[in-house]
Design a protein. Sequence first.
Length: 137
Amino acid sequence: MNIPIIDRSNYLKGLFITAKLDKELTEKEKDILKKISDKLGFATDFFHETVRSLLINKYIIEEPIVFSHLEIAQSFIKDAVKLACVNGVVTDAEIDWLKKTADINKINSNFVEKEFKSFRDTPRSLIGSDLALYSII
């Protein structure tokens, strides 16, 4: 699938928001963000600068992200859930934000809950090794 530039940008932005919501950024989260940033074609210096200032950047607006295609939105939710789960702590803020993003993209909130349940049962060492984005790009 040829993902439009705006969706590429929103995909990464949404993942940065997800990572920021629990107010910590682990190495495993950075690794997932880097893989996706690279796959979406973003420059390494942009990625490093964004990660460096992510937790203190008050200009990242935490509005739900709207995608142009359902398939992109579903892929995003799957990857965002992986990102939220990778550090072993999932906050209500992360869950609520992902449900709002799902809702605005016409995805049932049960989809989000199913993804969280699936990754609670997945060994942490496997989380992030198989990103949903790879199957649509």
